[in-house]
Design a protein around this ligand. Structure first.
Ligand SMILES: Cc1cc2nc3c(=O)[nH]c(=O)nc-3n(C[C@H](O)[C@H](O)[C@H](O)COP(=O)(O)O)c2cc1C
Ligand code: SF4
Ligand code: SF4
Length: 319
């Protein structure tokens, strides 16, 4: 049997998990390749028996470029697959959503895994409560999952009857019920952000950070006026990498998103989130819960955010 892990990752969390899963599969099956989704060729994937697909969680689901990739996977009908994801706050429906789409393409989904991932989004406090994740514990769990996938896949291939996992769709995302999605709805809507470039501040072609790291090649700075091709997945990555602040997300939508996050925190609509933050505080791993205990401190989050808006670059890629 041949195995491969395909991943999309911007800040390296999902890549870390993917690499551990790859090593774990290799330790059981003797072989497993790994490839960035941007470089994955469906024809080449056709030569594998088990295909893992991993990505970060964007707006409680898989990013739009991953959705588009899954739509091209029809020729892999009948193959076994597994899914994995990292998330910075709440995974929402990322696994059920990916599983549903892969199954629609005719692939068998034999397992799913997700874990915390350090969230570098401009809207959040620093340190965010998933800072440092995936950590040792997450990666141990990922290795366990990888070994399980290799074994399960071998059993299925050998004709053994193995029950396939069900991925439960979370209604309204928060288990409390549909009303609470009122907080969530504006968050998702505001992910549709508009990007602009101030050509006076831009150092292109000396700098190509945004062009080279846009996951969907949406940015063309070689022409005037600058072109943002269709297909931007609203990931903020270009904006976060830009050293001068030349490329900017529409500030109104960023602010609305930030406001939504603060409201969510203030209204305590997120029981799981608070439980987890509390545990991490006990483990001395996060200061977020301490910050959330007092409304005044939450007020500071807005100030922190204003300061953050002046910080450039907001994120540096480390190899
Ligand atoms: C545009 C965008 C949207 C995101 N949406 C969510 C979300 O809905 N829920 C969540 O828990 N984390 C969300 N995150 C955080 C990422 O899922 C998390 O940081 C992930 O581990 C990043 O993976 P990577 O390092 O492989 O890129 C979002 C991040 C970005 C950039
Ligand atoms: S243009 Fe920017 S926000 Fe849009 S997909 Fe590319 S990197 Fe992400
Ligand atoms: S990252 Fe900023 S400075 Fe660099 S090319 Fe893009 S817009 Fe210009």
């Amino acid at each position: 049997m041949k195995h491969v892990v395909v991943y999309f990752s911007q800040t390296g969390n999902t890549k870390k998990v993917g690499e551990v899963i790859r090593d774990a599969i290799e330790s059981i099956a003797g072989q497993c390749d790994i490839v960035r989704m941007e470089e994955a060729d469906i024809k080449v994937l056709g030569g594998y028996d088990l295909i893992g697909l991993g990505c970060p969680t964007f707006a409680y689901a898989e990013p739009a470029n991953v959705k588009a990739f899954i739509r091209t996977m029809g020729p892999l009908k009948g193959k076994q697959s597994f899914i994995f994801s990292t998330y910075g706050g709440h995974p929402g429906n990322v696994l059920p959503s990916m599983a549903r789409k892969l199954r629609r393409q005719g692939l068998k989904v034999v397992g799913g895994f997700n874990c915390d991932g350090w969230d570098h989004m401009p809207h959040y406090t620093s340190p965010w409560y998933t800072e440092g994740h995936p950590d040792e514990v997450d990666l141990k769990a990922a290795a366990y999952f990888g070994r399980e996938m290799a074994q399960r896949s071998r059993m299925i291939n050998g004709g053994e009857k193995v029950s396939l996992p069900k991925f439960q769709w979370l209604k309204g995302f928060y288990e409390e019920g549909p009303k609470t999605t009122q907080v969530n709805r504006p968050l998702s809507r505001d992910f549709k952000i508009k990007m602009t470039v101030d050509t006076k501040e831009c150092r292109y072609p000396k700098c190509r950070l945004c062009v080279d790291n846009c996951p969907v090649n949406a940015i063309d700075l070689s022409v005037s006026p600058v072109v943002f091709r269709k297909g931007c997945i609203s990931c903020y990555f270009c904006e976060m990498l830009c050293p001068t602040g030349a490329i900017e997300a529409d500030p109104a939508s960023v602010k609305a998103h930030q406001q939504g996050t603060i409201e969510m925190l203030l209204q305590r609509k997120y029981p799981e989130f608070f439980e987890k933050a509390k545990t991490e505080l006990i483990d001395n791993r996060s200061t977020l819960y301490r910050m959330l205990v007092d409304r005044v401190e939450i007020g500071n989050m807005l100030t922190m955010y204003e300061e953050f808006l002046d910080k450039r670059p907001r994120y540096i890629i480390r190899k």
